[in-house]
Design a binder for this molecule. Structure first.
Ligand SMILES: Nc1ncnc2c1ncn2[C@@H]1O[C@H](COP(=O)(O)OP(=O)(O)O)[C@@H](O)[C@H]1O
Ligand SMILES: [Mg+2]
Length: 341
């Protein structure tokens, strides 16, 4: 993909990344977006998370927010779609740009802004989607993400075992059986690894988990990924469940600041102080456990190795929203993004 991004001679300008939820579309797009070569090559880089529901106005506003920074947010809100499009065209006209539209659900999303992006040679747009039609409709290069093969086992071991350690022989068969059922889906392997690593490394514990998972992992691939995430949620302690549900109030794929979230959890009274720790320290331990379980995806750690920024996969965010609704959590907490109430 990097060749297609950087080589101005190659057309077309649009690259679609196609794969089911949890296959690694956002990861691969972000990796490319953040390479040194890409940062140097493109004068402007724009990242928008599209997701399921959006209006044309919102989409244009979000792109402009990203180009201009949020300082002009108020001004942008007052513009019509036509004016928004004009602003965007003017801003991108004489610069080489890369626009990433992550997680598109409808063909229309690309069509809506296509005419506002004045593609000159060298400009690039990456679309990620799980819908075949959306990818082919964009009439660009389609990258179909492959499922993991042997890497699944390596990914699992890296998650479950201390660095450089091999899986104990008496556990290997059971481990491989569970991993096989994840069918090469990175997200499922990571969540499985999280479930396993929270247990003792004994035949008894792994066998109990393997049995519990058998039925859940037999569903079709999309359902299987959802099921294992559901299990991972069920496996949380009561305190962590509440902390997790609270995260359902954040927008999809938003990068969340750990310090801020810790303060919010504490202020909401969700944290039961652990022995010998402050409330904040207890909350930090919660965040580490959620990271270990791959409930959250760590973006950055601080110099001490603690989670600094993270995001939540949109599949899990849906789970948090659904569970929150079922438990009437969102009613109590207003359903508006944290910090904006
Ligand atoms: N090739 C890979 N190897 C290891 N982990 C991966 C790989 N691709 C994705 N992941 C992990 O799988 C999870 C899901 O990836 P993500 O990019 O969010 O999927 P998608 O956007 O397709 O739903 C993330 O936690 C990511 O770190
Ligand atoms: Mg994604």
């Amino acid at each position: 993909m990097s060749e297609q991004l950087l080589n101005g001679e190659i057309s077309p300008a649009v690259i679609s990344v196609l794969g089911m939820g949890g296959m690694g579309k956002t990861t691969i797009a972000k990796k490319n977006y953040n390479t040194y070569a890409v940062k140097r090559h493109f004068q402007r880089r724009v990242w928008v998370t599209v997701s399921q529901k959006f209006t044309p106005t919102e989409l244009l506003q979000r792109i402009l927010d990203c180009v201009l920074g949020t300082t002009t947010e108020k001004e942008i809100r007052s513009l019509t779609d036509m004016q928004l499009g004009e602003r965007l065209r003017a801003l991108l006209e004489n610069v080489r740009y890369l626009v990433v539209m992550d997680d598109i659900w409808e063909k229309g999303a690309w069509g809506l802004i296509k005419c506002d992006l004045s593609a000159s040679p060298g400009d690039r747009v990456i679309l990620t989607t799980h819908i075949e039609d959306v990818a082919t409709h964009a009439q660009g290069q389609v990258h179909r993400l492959p499922l993991l093969s042997e890497e699944s086992w390596e990914l699992f071991c890296a998650k479950v075992l201390p660095a450089g350690e091999r899986c104990p022989p008496e556990l290997e068969k059971m481990g491989k059986e569970m991993v096989r059922r994840c069918r090469g889906m990175p997200r499922a392997v990571l969540v499985l690894g999280g479930l396993v690593s929270e247990r003792e490394r004994t035949r008894y514990e792994w066998e109990a988990l393997r049995r519990r998972l058998t039925q859940e992992l037999s569903a079709d691939t999309n359902e299987m990924v959802k099921n294992i995430q559901g299990l991972s949620y069920d496996d949380l302690s009561g305190d962590l469940k509440i902390c997790f549900l609270y995260m359902g109030l954040f927008p999809a794929e938003m990068e969340i600041d750990a310090t801020k979230l810790v303060q919010l959890w504490v202020a909401e009274g969700f944290i039961q102080q652990a022995n010998g720790l402050t409330l904040e320290e207890t909350a930090e331990r919660h965040l580490e456990e959620l990271a270990n379980r791959s409930v959250i995806q760590v973006v950055d750690r601080d110099y001490m190795g603690w989670v600094d920024r993270f995001r939540i996969h949109d599949l899990l965010l849906h789970l948090a929203k659904d569970e929150g609704r079922r438990n009437q959590f969102n009613d109590v907490h207003g359903g508006s993004p944290p910090g904006r109430r």
